[in-house]
Design a binder for this molecule. Structure first.
Ligand code: NAD
Ligand code: MG
Length: 390
């Protein structure tokens, strides 16, 4: 019996993971569920999936979680806070960890899973952007198997049969849907609303990654993610816009062969790959009928209109703490945009400003990275509060 910890259980990826797990009773079960603040949603999931442990991020919500579980008649034990979550993830009550907390808030539990040598289904891309070298080192030292739960990286993982990209790989191409604003000019983006930005044409996802897809920062974060996951230098990583979102990425080998992975845009496929690897599992995802899908289109990304992709590539080239600065400023900017405090174009402006203001240092330790993360957040918050960037 595979026991799975689902971190970010109330989110989009968490829900898809629980859907796949529930299709395989007797083979796997959710043993730990964790969420940020929504106690009612977490209790409802516990009533359905009966995990041994439930963890709420917000420590003040522990009594409410305890009461809710008792009222629902669940024997699930209640816990709260990052430290409790990290201890449970590293402990004996799970073999597999679905790391699907959004943002840098997921770093501690993701690292704990890596150090403890778990099978790590890694959706929390921000932890790789913030601390990719340390996380990959921790996974190697702990003997953890990382299966990427990002459709592109999961595709590459499958094309490489779970191995590193070595000298046989000429280049890797990440496909991008182009987001809801593909084809628009910069001027047309000035007044777009959060509701328009989160209305993704192909994928149903949480609000933060949906905005990242609209700015193309998501693809930038994914370049950095690919660099760490597959050990590929920046100049062998490319981005190709593919609006149909059926080809999830491509790997080109030195002999000219190009392998790609295709499938409907449904994250349950990637999650089933992670839960079953190297076996294949039923995921609930339907058949891909290419005869009725219409043409598949491909084209270059528009870096003028979507400067976030360029900024992320620059941060990847600069190395050290630059990706941590990029990620932190972006998290602050996306949250401010979703709250209606800044316009859409200010997201890239805030990130560019933070990258220019904060000098790059070696990513020597977790403390150094956390320090840079905090500095970049303060810098971006101040730029918003003073009206320097609107
Ligand atoms: P979401 O907003 O739907 O869910 C986020 C989850 O994280 C929620 O369960 C929330 O309660 C939890 N959370 C937030 N802060 C927390 C904290 N401090 N402690 C504990 N839990 C906390 O987001 P999502 O779309 O599911 O994305 C999750 C991660 O997966 C992100 O890093 C995203 O980039 C990545 N990802 C998502 C998709 C997708 O299709 N949704 C695809 C690829 C990668
Ligand atoms: Mg992706």
């Amino acid at each position: 019996m595979q026991r799975v910890a689902v971190l970010g259980a109330t989110g989009s990826i968490g829900g898809s993971a629980l859907d796949v797990i529930a299709r395989h009773p007797g083979v796997m079960r959710a043993s730990i569920l964790a969420a940020g603040r929504n106690v009612a949603a977490l209790v409802a999931l516990c009533a359905t999936h009966r995990p041994a442990h439930a963890v709420i991020g917000d420590e003040a919500a522990l009594p409410a979680l305890r009461d809710g579980l008792r009222e629902a008649g669940c024997a699930t034990r209640a816990h709260a806070g990052d430290a409790a979550l990290a201890a449970l993830v590293a402990g004996d009550d799970c073999d597999t960890v679905v790391a699907a907390i959004v943002g840098a808030a997921g770093l501690e539990s993701t690292l704990a899973a890596a150090r403890a040598g778990k099978r790590l289904l890694l959706a929390n891309k921000e932890s790789l952007v913030l601390a990719g070298e340390l996380l990959m080192q921790a996974a190697r030292a702990g003997g953890a198997t990382i299966v990427p739960i990002d459709s592109e990286h999961n595709a590459i993982f499958q094309c490489l049969h779970g191995r590193d990209a070595d000298a046989r790989v000429r280049r890797v191409t990440l496909t991008a849907s182009g987001g809801p604003f593909r084809g628009r000019s910069r001027a047309e983006l000035a007044g777009v609303t959060p509701a328009q930005a989160v209305a993704h044409p192909k994928w149903s996802m949480g609000p933060k990654i949906s905005v990242d897809s609209a700015t193309l920062m998501n693809k930038g974060l994914e370049l950095i993610e690919a660099r760490h996951l597959f050990g590929l230098p920046e100049d062998r990583l490319e981005v190709l816009v593919h609006p149909q979102s059926l080809v999830h990425s491509l790997v080109e080998f030195i002999d000219g062969s190009v392998l790609a992975q295709l499938g409907l845009p449904d994250m349950r496929t990637a999650l089933a790959v992670g839960l079953g690897w190297p076996q294949r599992l039923e995921s609930g995802v339907g058949a891909l009928d290419l005869a009725t899908q219409g043409p598949l289109e491909f084209g270059p990304p528009d870096l003028e209109t979507f400067p976030c992709l360029r900024l992320a590539r620059e941060a990847l080239r600069a190395g050290g703490t630059a990706p941590a600065t990029l990620n932190a400023a972006n998290e602050v900017a996306v949250s401010a945009f979703l709250q209606g405090r800044i316009g859409f174009l200010s997201i890239a402006a805030l990130v560019e400003d933070a990258l220019a203001a904060i000098a790059v240092e070696p990513a020597a330790s977790l403390e150094a990275l956390r320090g840079i993360d905090a500095r970049a957040r303060r810098h971006a918050e101040r730029a918003i509060a003073t009206g320097a960037i609107r």
